[in-house]
Design a protein around this ligand. Structure first.
Ligand code: NAP
Length: 259
């Protein structure tokens, strides 16, 4: 299927590895020119070069913390007018509901709610003026079904989800569609670090923790960043213009719910 987005321009935040990289690769595979971002310059440039070599698109790498105002300004300055925005950042650490302080919540809200909102506020008006735009926010399965140790994520991402629910319906008539992609467990560094946390707290090996988690997923495995990227590219495509304000769960069936 031709997604019809060749020659468009995208920002993909937090994209040197993991799900962000999967999205950047998939968009590049459709001929989209990219501005990608992460904090670590070396890994980011390596990913940029891998994407250029694989897909022959233009890739600008901006090493910056996307949760800071300066980092966002650097990415937005480099990008100029864009057609597509993929919002992403690192997830908050696991912990216990009774331990988190106000500062912990502010940090999580900054990274996983206020940063994607600021990025949308910066680029969506231009998309509306030009009559076309796509925004995908990488959130989490935890929006549909809370993950007890990830209460900071449960809270911050639900706030973003509410913002998207309202805003997406105010901009759709100008050709801009905003949706959220909700990853269940995917084979990335984040998954390894979550498995390490379970291994430590349950006194089992990391491999045992992974096998235990895989057994809880109807698909019997972790998702891949390629599958995730393909879903993202579709939501950024010409064909997705009637998909507005949705929360698309990619979790191998792990969330046991009828809808
Ligand atoms: P990952 O493999 O750890 O990759 C995170 C990427 O984001 C890296 O490129 C990292 O590079 C970049 N990054 C992190 N913080 C950043 C910041 N402040 N500014 C700019 N770039 C930043 O993580 P992932 O598994 O792809 O997860 C992506 C998001 O999906 C996270 O929010 C995570 O909580 C969520 N999620 C993941 C899963 C899963 O199973 N993987 C499930 C549910 C939700 P630098 O460190 O160099 O900045």
């Amino acid at each position: 299927m031709d997604l019809g987005i060749g020659g468009k321009r995208a920002i993909v935040c937090a994209a040197s590895r993991g799900l962000g990289k999967g999205c950047a690769m998939a968009l590049a595979g459709e001929g989209v020119d990219l501005v990608i971002n992460a904090r670590g310059a070396e890994a980011l440039e390596a990913t940029a070069e891998e994407i250029r070599t694989t897909h022959g698109v233009s890739v600008t790498a901006i090493a910056a913390d996307i949760t800071s105002a300066e980092g966002r300004a650097a990415v937005l300055d480099a990008a100029g007018d864009v057609d597509i925005l993929v919002n992403n950042a690192g997830g908050p650490p696991p912990g216990m509901w009774s331990d988190w302080t106000r500062d912990d919540f502010i940090k999580a809200l900054d990274a996983n709610m206020l940063t994607p909102i600021a990025m949308m506020q910066a680029v969506v008006p231009g998309m509306m003026d030009r009559g076309w735009g796509r925004v995908v926010n990488i959130t989490s399965q935890s929006v549909k079904a809370p993950i007890p140790v990830l209460g900071l994520s449960n809270s911050a991402r639900t706030g973003l989800t509410g913002f998207v629910a309202g805003t997406s319906r105010q901009v759709a008539n100008r050709g801009v569609v905003i949706n959220n992609l909700l990853p269940g467990i995917h084979a990335t560094d984040r998954a390894i670090s979550l498995d390490q946390g379970v291994a430590k707290s349950e006194g089992i090996s990391v491999e045992e923790a992974k096998m235990k988690r895989e057994a809880s997923i109807p698909a019997g495995r972790y998702g891949t960043i390629e599958e995730f990227g393909a879903a993202c590219a579709f939501l950024c495509s010409q064909h997705a213009g009637f998909i507005v304000g949705q929360n698309v769960l990619l979790d191998g069936g792990a969330t046991n719910a009828t809808i």
